[in-house]
Design a protein around this ligand. Structure first.
Ligand SMILES: *Cc1c(COP(=O)(O)O)cnc(C)c1O
Length: 234
């Protein structure tokens, strides 16, 4: 058991999160191996990111420009998946596709069409998650649940977009029932898509520093952790 108080090293902080992931998975009757840990690295320096890199499964960045600067200093020998988790504007889509392996924050039909077209130009496929606003909070990004069916239809019609699953940001509250019900909603939406489309849709990206244990209880397969690994943001 790792003591949390004295943790100054990223490695130890990851160990604490991994331990809690395991306990939550056990409580949920799930295997922890099916749950991936993304280090969310917005505002972090490349040196901090490289400290975390050996112990996490992937990286998440919010901004195209920030990722571009970091990637210049990123050693080619450290191969981790880079996932875009922040809102993407169409005019940055081309650059985003040169930097990121996946787009996890797909939230509009226009963006889907633009990314599909640019991916075609570049001769690549793009794994995507549709980001859903399950909390109804206006500050949150993501497609509204009522607009989801149309966006889904568009994404499935885009040959370069490979839909891997769904993503959401939980409501900003300590109310366990409310947070878990948003996560359960996303899980049920994914089950609906699976049933209707026959796609496996393996990824449910939900859970951040404050709510990842609840997210795992509700079926998350990908948690996005920043603060717990790196401390308060710069
Ligand atoms: C910043 C961010 C996170 C990480 O948040 P923490 O609370 O620091 O763990 C996760 N997901 C998204 C989309 C974010 O923007």
């Amino acid at each position: 058991m790792v003591e949390e108080r004295a943790l100054t090293e990223v490695k130890d902080r990851v160990a604490v999160v991994r331990e809690r992931m395991e306990r939550s998975a056990e409580r949920a009757g799930r295997g922890v191996a099916e749950i991936k840990l993304m280090a969310v690295t917005k505002t972090r320096r490349v040196e901090e990111m490289l400290e975390a890199a050996p112990f996490v499964d992937m990286l998440g960045e919010n901004r195209v420009q920030e990722a571009a600067v970091k990637k210049r200093d990123w050693p080619g020998s450290v191969t981790l998946q880079w996932r875009l988790i922040g809102h993407l504007q169409s005019n940055k889509a081309r650059k985003a596709l040169t930097l990121f392996d996946t787009l996890d924050s797909l939230d509009s039909e226009g963006l889907a069409s633009d990314v599909n077209r640019i991916a075609g130009d570049l001769g690549r496929d793009v794994p995507v998650l549709i980001e859903v606003n399950t909390s109804g909070e206006v500050s949150k990004t993501g497609v509204a649940p009522e607009d989801f069916p149309k966006l889904l239809e568009r994404v499935l019609a885009c040959p370069r977009l490979k839909l891997e699953g769904l993503m959401t940001i939980g409501p900003l509250t300590e109310d366990e029932a409310r947070v878990r019900s948003a996560f359960a909603h996303l899980r049920e939406m994914a089950a609906g898509v699976r049933a209707a489309s026959g796609l496996p849709l393996p990824v449910l990206s939900m859970g951040m520093s404050g709510d990842y244990e609840w997210a795992i209880l509700e079926g998350s397969t990908l948690i996005r952790i920043g603060t717990l690994l790196f401390g308060a943001r710069h």
